[in-house]
Design a protein around this ligand. Structure first.
Ligand code: ZN
Ligand code: ZN
Length: 137
């Protein structure tokens, strides 16, 4: 069954025809500012499995090698894209209709985690982002 998702206003819609490659929580300060949330959870997919409809998300280059996208109308974060990993898209988990079925596997940028945010889930915690976030380390 495909996954679906949409931004707050509903203009940006996506359909995903594959299971996530990895689901991870990112505590870095850039994700925090991008989303306004204490932590941003991503579901990584093969780009070929994701279809967007509605107006294309606005693209913001947040660092030399990465872009972030958001809805141009309501501002909902939509995705994170690495220039060096064009085959992948990191979809912001909170816009997915099936977010409750995701299985996170790790925390990134544990060193930047807000000290009052407690997530005692027993998952691996990486100081930054491991090179291959899909594998346990
Ligand atoms: Zn929107
Ligand atoms: Zn981050």
């Amino acid at each position: 069954m495909p996954m679906t998702g949409h931004c707050l206003c509903g203009e940006v819609r996506l359909k995903i025809e594959a299971a996530p490659i990895a689901v991870t929580h990112c505590h870095c300060s850039m994700c925090r500012r991008h989303s306004g949330a204490a932590v941003l959870t991503y579901a990584k997919f093969d780009m070929r499995a994701v279809t967007f409809s509605g107006p294309p998300p606005v693209v913001y280059r947040s660092s030399p090698g990465a872009r972030r996208t958001h809805c141009g109308t309501c501002g909902s974060p939509v995705s994170f894209l690495y220039d060096g990993e064009p085959q992948s898209i990191y979809v912001v988990a909170g816009i997915l209709d099936q977010a409750n079925a995701l299985l996170p596997s790790a925390h990134w940028y544990e060193a930047d985690r807000l000290p009052w945010l407690h997530m005692e889930d027993g998952l691996p915690r990486h100081a930054t982002q491991p090179d291959d976030e899909g594998k346990a380390s």
